[in-house]
Design a protein around this ligand. Structure first.
Ligand code: NAD
Length: 254
């Protein structure tokens, strides 16, 4: 795939990794439709993208809402007649232990928190992939690439049962969709970042972040550009499908 000819949807593009990916694609000449639930972030992204060699338009979409996703992808595919990339990136963290002692009682992880994370990180990604893959199939000849953004936490992590489960589930989808779609020329890959410098880290306490950095052999957190390099590899390497690349400073070496 040639990035300067690519036509891409990027979710969770108002800030953090998604914003970086959307700008990186447009900088290389791609046509991008950027989706998020944060309209203010989308407006500033659009302003930042002005003057880049590619094009970038924005859309307010909640990826957990099926009818919104269906009409968003319909509209995006009318704009991007050669739609051939989905960066399935939007994700959230709502950490909490399964149970924890609390004075006289036991605090239990609320179902609402569990469901919210699974809705965005797994069901939302499923809805986006289903709709975009269906557009790719309708256009037969050209195929495409879907990149799912997973996480180091897919292996399980203290206080992150919902997040870990959603990301492990997404990895299973990466393999499943890669097998199902290879026949149609659609590749599906994953990237599992470790701790990366984006606003999502505001959800993690300072002590927890320190402990995380302590466990990184390279001794620092990563940058959005380092994750983009892995995403870009999946886009351009035509023999890559069905695997998830870890970009985590060696955090899972041990
Ligand atoms: P972030 O919080 O900075 O950005 C996430 C974006 O997703 C936000 O703009 C948010 O508005 C959007 N979003 C949330 N819910 C949405 C919904 N329902 N519909 C549409 N958009 C929605 O996070 P980030 O660090 O940029 O993370 C991007 C992805 O990378 C996530 O999937 C995250 O799990 C993953 N990740 C991040 C790290 C890290 O350390 N930053 C590590 C591993 C994995």
């Amino acid at each position: 795939m040639k990035i300067d000819k690519a036509e891409a949807i990027v979710t969770g593009a108002a800030r953090g990794l998604g914003r970086y990916f959307a700008l990186a694609l447009a900088r290389e000449g791609a046509r991008v439709v950027a989706a998020d639930i944060n309209p203010a972030g989308l407006r500033s992204l659009k302003a930042e993208a002005a003057g880049l060699p590619g094009s970038l338009t924005v859309a307010a979409v909640d990826i957990t809402n099926e009818s919104e996703v269906v009409s968003f992808v319909d509209a995006a595919a009318r704009e991007l007649t050669g739609l051939n990339i989905l960066l399935n990136n939007a994700g959230i963290l709502r950490d909490g232990a399964l149970v924890a002692p609390e004075q006289e009682s036991v605090r239990r992880l609320p179902l609402m928190l569990w469901s919210k994370v699974v809705d965005v990180n797994l069901t939302g990604q499923f809805l986006m992939a289903r709709e975009v893959a269906s557009k790719m199939l309708e256009r037969k000849a050209q195929g495409g690439v879907i990149v799912n953004i997973s996480s180091l936490a897919r292996a399980g992590n203290v206080g992150q049962s919902s997040y870990s489960a959603s990301k492990a589930g997404l990895d299973a989808c990466t393999r499943t969709w890669a097998l199902e779609l290879a026949h149609y020329g659609i590749r599906v890959g994953g990237v599992a970042p470790g701790v990366i410098d984006t606003p999502i880290l505001e959800e993690i306490s300072e002590e927890a972040l320190e402990a995380l950095v302590h466990g990184i052999p390279l001794g620092r957190i990563g940058t959005p550009d380092e994750v983009w390099q892995a995403v870009r590899f999946i886009l351009v390497c035509e023999f890559f499908t069905g695997r998830t690349i870890e970009v985590d400073g060696g955090a899972r070496m041990g």
